[in-house]
Design a protein around this ligand. Structure first.
Ligand code: ADP
Ligand code: MG
Length: 621
């Protein structure tokens, strides 16, 4: 927004007539009356520089964090190895960014602060924006900042220690003099928005602004991992990166040491003329927001929405609802394959072949998460609260372990666990080296079935399905409105190993279902049978047909839904007492899945009551 006084001369519209209370009544009639009240059209003229600078500033300098972003990007563009950011008063009193980059010559300092003055489009390539390699290119940041604050730039282009200082206030030069400075540039912005009351008021609470600025510094630090960034708020250091060039290191430097050793490397792979690599968290580390989901395209932190959705989809079956991963994905591609000029603050970029690159990234994530399974859900406190043993008369602990194989159950995905028994007919209780483990029997079985069905899908699409012919086909009677939609699913069903055909009218026949061996058929023949129950299959298909009639899902999502529902419907219920061999089979099956801590719906299924928690709760120290 621009200051009313400043525009008054150029926009002679009178104050709008005051309108009676109810805004709903301000209709076409009132608007027409206002329009007629305007004086005749004024002559068109080019705005004076002070006004156009204010207007441009409105786009570039929206809030203190935008100033920090522009200054930091200039430092990175100048080839800095180290950058220090200081703010006071949430950026409104002062923002200072100092770097050791190539500096600005004294003779060019004033020019650098003029609109559309840039050293980054040199004309060699015909001023083409599609070859831009730098973060900035519009030549608008410094003049925009100068339009809404006092701006001081001190810079030296070499190591002689002598630099030049230029200070601009209200468009006037108030200092233009030599000043000591090592090679590099220090830009100080004071009294931001002091002359723009509306913007000042819009700057949120100071904590919010400070958090925004911190977020901005983190993002630039991550996008330029080779630059050492330090960030100070009111002289207190908040974080620092060493400039190691390594994404994993930077991620732990900016998001906290808790991530040390907990991140999994990704790639690099090549896809659609781009190279993609990164680091991701396993499913045991989640955050309540997407604030730590980072994508960097050609050194620029960005939010390619489609790609982000694909990345989240890869995590979806592994993460609890409403939780998000920690990750950094870097994408390098030819500058001509990215449009960086589609957003006023360059937060969004348009990436050619975004979908293909996203698919490659999502595939890598799925693969990596599947290969590194140790995602224990450490919700110890709630786990303990939920554990209430039944009175001894009821079948609390179902089996004594002596009569059965009491050896530890050793699997790739879980620590070695000794089975103690079943609790409340719904939880398996086990002991590991580092505490007690509780497993939700229903969700564990769901996870196992879901992954087997998914594996089957891969088999089926690669052309070697192993279907099971049903003795009696399943007969599905659908509502007339559901028939057309469901007919379109026949191929998707076939890809999953279901042979389904239209029998006529609104009747469908399912003759074959994927052969899903039970978890351990000899151990528990009746129970962990697999996908044998025709009623369950019919029920799930009917429910999906009904949903489809309301809102059709895309093919892959529909298949995913089918698999999740089928495994839920088929899995052993809570409340069912289990024999020892069946419990062992469940734990063993679970330990062979890619994500033994969450069910396919995303709910936790594994809890650990650790020694530390017990010590705390019992006061054993
Ligand atoms: P842009 O970054 O789009 O070129 P700016 O207004 O941000 O526009 O900066 C104008 C010019 O000032 C830049 O092109 C660059 O030559 C110079 N400049 C700004 N900041 C720095 C810095 N920290 N170090 C060296 N040169 C800088
Ligand atoms: Mg710039």
């Amino acid at each position: 927004m621009i200051d009313d006084d400043a525009v008054g001369r150029y926009d002679p519209a009178p104050d709008p007539p005051s309108v009676p209370a109810a805004p709903a009544l301000v209709g076409a009639r009132e608007r027409e009356r206002d329009r007629r009240a305007l004086p005749p059209r004024a002559a068109i003229r080019v705005l004076p520089p002070a006004i156009s600078a204010l207007i441009a500033a409105g786009e570039v300098v929206e809030r203190p964090a935008s100033v920090v972003k522009e200054l930091l990007e200039n430092a990175v563009d100048a080839g800095a190895r180290r950058v220090r950011v200081d703010i006071r008063g949430a950026g409104l009193s002062m923002i200072r960014v100092g770097d050791d980059g190539h500096g600005i010559r004294a003779a060019e300092l004033w020019l650098a602060c003029q609109r559309h003055a840039t050293s980054k489009l040199d004309g060699a390539d015909g001023h083409r924006l599609d070859g831009v390699r730098t973060l900035g290119f519009r030549g608008e940041a410094l003049p925009s900042i100068a339009a809404v604050a006092e701006l001081t730039v001190v810079s030296a282009p070499d190591e002689r220690g002598v630099g030049w200082r230029l200070t601009l206030r209200d468009g006037q030069v108030i200092a233009d003099e030599p000043a000591p400075h090592p090679r590099g540039t220090t830009v100080t912005v004071r009294h931001l928005f002091a002359g723009v009351p509306a913007r000042l008021a819009a700057a949120g609470r100071s904590q919010t602004e400070t958090a925004q600025i911190a977020q901005t510094v983190r993002r630039v630090a991550l996008a330029a991992p080779g630059v050492g960034c330090s960030f100070f708020v009111d002289d207190r250091q908040i974080f620092q990166t060493a400039g190691s060039g390594d994404l994993q290191t930077v991620l732990t430097e900016i998001h906290g040491p808790a991530l040390t050793g907990a991140l999994l490397p990704l790639g690099p792979v090549e896809s659609a003329e781009a190279i993609v690599w990164g680091v991701i968290s396993g499913p045991e580390i989640t955050r309540p927001s997407r604030a730590q989901v980072n994508v960097v395209v050609n050194g620029r932190w960005a939010q390619p929405r489609g790609l982000l959705a694909q990345v989240e989809a890869a995590y979806r079956p592994l993460l609890p609802r409403g939780r998000h991963p920690v990750l950094a994905l870097a994408i390098e591609t030819a500058p001509g394959r990215v449009d960086v000029n589609i957003h006023p603050s360059k937060l969004e970029v348009r990436l050619l072949a975004e979908r293909m690159i996203g698919t490659a990234a999502a595939e890598m994530i799925r693969e990596t998460l599947g290969r590194h399974p140790l995602p224990l859900q450490l919700e110890a406190a709630s786990g303990l609260a939920a554990l209430r043993f039944l009175p001894s008369a009821s079948p609390g602990i179902a089996e004594s372990s002596e009569r059965y194989d009491a050896g530890p159950i050793v699997t790739p995905g879980l620590p070695p666990l000794v089975l103690i028994g079943q609790v409340q007919a719904r939880l398996l209780l086990l002991e590991g080296d580092d505490g007690l483990y509780l497993i939700d029997q229903h969700r564990a079985h769901e996870r196992i079935l879901y992954e087997r069905l998914r594996a089957d899908r891969t088999l089926a699409t690669s052309g070697s399905p192993e279907p099971e012919l049903l003795a009696d086909p399943i007969v599905l009677e659908l509502q007339p409105a559901q028939v057309a939609g469901f007919s379109r699913r026949v191929d998707e069903l076939a890809a999953l190993g279901f042979d389904c055909e239209i029998f006529g009218g609104r009747t469908f026949l399912v003759r074959q279902v994927p052969d899903l061996p039970g978890v351990c058929s000899e151990a528990a023949p009746d129970l962990l049978r697999g996908l044998g129950d025709p009623d369950a299959i019919a029920e799930v298909l009917r429910a999906l047909a009904a949903e489809d009639a309301n809102e059709a899902a895309d093919g892959e999502e529909w298949q995913e839904r089918l698999l999740v529902r089928l495994s839920c419907r088929t899995a052993v219920r809570r409340g069912r007492p289990l024999e020892h061999p069946a419990m062992r089979a469940l734990v063993d099956g679970l330990g062979h899945t890619a994500a033994p801590a969450v069910c396919p719906h995303g709910s936790p299924l594994l809890m650990r009551v650790g020694a530390d928690l017990l010590e705390r709760q019992f006061g054993w120290h």
